[in-house]
Design a protein around this ligand. Structure first.
Ligand SMILES: NC(=O)c1ccc[n+]([C@@H]2O[C@H](COP(=O)([O-])OP(=O)(O)OC[C@H]3O[C@@H](n4cnc5c(N)ncnc54)[C@H](OP(=O)(O)O)[C@@H]3O)[C@@H](O)[C@H]2O)c1
Length: 351
């Protein structure tokens, strides 16, 4: 039997921060596994950050890219391949590639720059894998129509990392539970708020706990997104659209952040063997109507997420066919998001 042919996938990556850099590191450390197991070579032909881009049709030197990002410079400063001022959108429009990986900051006002970048990629027939939530929260229905999610034959759109980092919420909900009628959904979907609430219930100050989350690279660039509940609400909106298949938008979610949680509430919950969680909740009301909320919620010892640790996220799916499935994920920084994106890539380019 002849060996399977090697497939080379030329990719663009927009955003080289807490997610983009580990993604490149994983690609480098797992390159031989990708080759052995999947006969897949992933070749970076265009990368963009806020200062510009770097482009090479024969593949960029990942070690040089990582060195320049560790030194906190733009890839646009790389000799020979750097393109100062070239935007992510221009990269997608001008550079020939087989795949877009999108990891620019989440912007919940207009979804940019990720929304335009993703839209352009899909319109050019390029599959897209997103870590950024903005394009999905603000443009899910449009992007679904431009992609295989709603239009057979259109390029694939995947976003496992956007909704739950390494926690396989989309795969489980959309895939494994496919034919079930889903009941109440509950989730702790934001690392930073869970770390803060846990540390504060152990007596640590809000500021010290926030510094820890920032040092771990799990806090959003604007931590208000985490503590005020908007990151959690964004993920809930993505799950609503992708898993519950309801066209929800951010304003459908009643959002209360964790800033108002008192020591007394934390102590009372702890005394009962539970804890206060920043809980995302979806409650089916019938006829495809759901009620969505994010709010600090005291759960007692009997709740499936009562024992969630400071570095853990979790979710509970209830289905008439599958019963109760509880996921708990202890994530190692933002690496899990990169890993989830690569899982999506393998789904797009199957063995
Ligand atoms: N961190 C996590 O654990 C996590 C988990 C799941 C999903 N996400 C999502 O993944 C995305 C990336 O998160 P992150 O933590 O990696 O953010 P980050 O550390 O702030 O990195 C953002 C990257 O995007 C670049 N950038 C900013 N504006 C840009 C523009 N207009 N065009 C092109 N590049 C631009 C930045 O450039 P510079 O390098 O020049 O600053 C940086 O490289 C976000 O949407 C976030 O919500 C993050």
């Amino acid at each position: 039997m002849s060996p399977r042919a090697v497939r080379t996938v030329r990719f663009l990556l927009t955003g080289l921060g807490n997610v983009g850099v580990p993604l490149l590191e994983i690609l480098r450390s797992r390159a031989s596994l990708l080759m052995e197991r999947y006969r897949l070579e992933l070749l970076p032909v265009g990368l963009a950050d806020s200062g510009g881009a770097a482009v090479s049709p024969t593949g960029l030197d990942v070690a040089a890219v990582l060195a320049v990002k560790r030194a906190r410079h733009s890839v646009a400063s790389l000799p020979g391949v750097g393109r100062p001022g070239m935007s992510g959108r221009a990269l997608v429009r001008e550079v020939k590639a087989d795949l877009l990986l999108e990891a620019t900051p989440t912007n919940l006002k207009d979804g940019q720059p990720g929304l335009d970048i993703t839209r352009d990629a899909l319109m050019r027939g390029m599959p897209a894998v997103l870590a950024s939530k903005g394009p999905l929260v603000l443009g899910f229905q449009e992007l679904a129509r431009l992609s295989d999610l709603e239009s057979p034959g259109r390029p694939p759109l995947r976003f496992s990392g956007a909704a739950g980092a390494a926690m396989p919420l989309v795969s489980l909900g959309r895939g494994d539970l496919a034919l079930g009628k889903l009941g109440r959904f509950e989730g702790v979907l934001n690392n930073t708020s869970q770390l803060l609430l846990s540390r504060m219930s152990q007596g640590q100050s809000y500021d010290a706990a926030l510094k820890e989350a920032q040092a771990l690279g799990i806090a959003e660039a604007d931590p208000a997104l985490d503590v005020d509940g908007w990151d959690t609400a964004s993920k809930l909106v993505i799950l609503a659209n992708a898993v519950m298949r309801v066209p929800a938008v951010l304003s459908d979610v009643a959002v209360t952040g964790m800033r108002g949680v008192t020591r007394e509430q934390l102590d009372t919950a702890r005394a009962k063997g539970g804890q206060v969680l920043l809980l995302a909740r979806g409650e089916p009301l019938g006829e495809e109507r759901w009620e969505w909320s994010v709010r600090p919620t005291a759960v007692d010892a009997s709740h499936p997420l009562a024992r969630l640790g400071p570095m853990e996220m979790g979710a509970v799916f209830r289905s008439d066919l599958h019963g109760v499935n509880t996921l708990i994920n202890a994530e190692q920084g933002a690496r899990g998001t990169g890993a989830a994106m690569l899982k999506d890539v393998l789904e797009i380019f199957p063995d």
